[in-house]
Design a binder for this molecule. Structure first.
Ligand code: AMP
Length: 219
């Protein structure tokens, strides 16, 4: 099965994606984590990636398309499915991914798109208060100091500043918002309220997946 998590920055895609990954026993791929690892290197390609990320802009497909698709393909072929956070983020990426899934003979009934909906003020608040574990990459509230899973000192993301947050939310409106209609028309979309406790949201996602499965089997 293929699960795609979409929604604005701060909507909880990474947190819910990791939970789903454990439940489904499928690998978790975060395009943002993948890029942060690349951007941490000291070559000209990495510097180019960093420039876009620091500004809060999406990395152009001319730079990343092949690398993203290669990594996603590798994980699907090895594990039989995947949970993806942060890809696709544009209609072009959605079409590229669908072509890949088609080439891997993955049927539409095995594709689930989970969209998390969170009110914009709450997004600002969450991003402003966010910290992450540099070791296991889990996300926390800023006032926490130590990762409760691996004990590592938490860090702040360099793009979680007010100016860059604004740009990332603008990019979302401009380039990613249309994915809602696209995936809805394709019959893949499950829209989930992303506010409330992490566990409640995870349960709502579970329920929506079960209902979609029942719906598919009835057809
Ligand atoms: P995230 O960790 O998902 O918030 O992503 C952090 C940053 O990585 C974004 O602000 C973009 O600069 C870049 N990024 C992540 N996913 C993509 C993508 N699918 N396409 C282009 N850029 C991306």
């Amino acid at each position: 099965m293929i699960f795609l998590l979409i929604g604005p920055p701060g909507s909880g895609k990474g947190t819910q994606g990791r939970i789903l990954s454990e439940k489904m026993q499928l690998p978790f791929f975060s395009s943002g984590d993948f890029l942060r690892e690349l951007a941490g290197k000291e070559d000209s390609f990495s510097r180019q990636i960093r420039l876009f990320m620091d500004r809060g802009e999406l990395i152009p497909d001319t730079l990343m398309k092949e690398l993203f698709l290669l990594e996603i393909k590798k994980l699907i072929v090895t594990h039989g499915g995947i949970i993806i956070d942060g890809y696709p983020r544009t209609l072009d990426q959605a079409k590229d991914l669908e072509s890949l899934l088609l080439s891997l003979n993955i049927s539409d009934s095995n594709i689930y798109v989970i969209e998390l909906i969170v009110e914009v003020n709450e997004l600002y608040k969450r991003l402003n208060e966010r910290a992450f574990c540099p070791s296991c990459l889990r996300v926390f509230q800023f006032h926490e100091n130590i990762c409760n899973t691996c004990g590592t000192q938490l860090n702040r993301r360099t793009d979680d500043t007010m100016q860059v947050i604004e740009e990332r939310l603008r990019e979302y409106e401009l380039k990613s918002r249309s994915l809602h209609e696209y995936f809805s028309n394709r019959g893949f979309l499950m829209t989930i309220p992303g506010e409330g406790s992490i566990q409640d949201i995870a349960s709502t996602i579970d329920q929506a997946i079960k209902e979609k499965k029942v719906g598919i089997n009835k057809k």
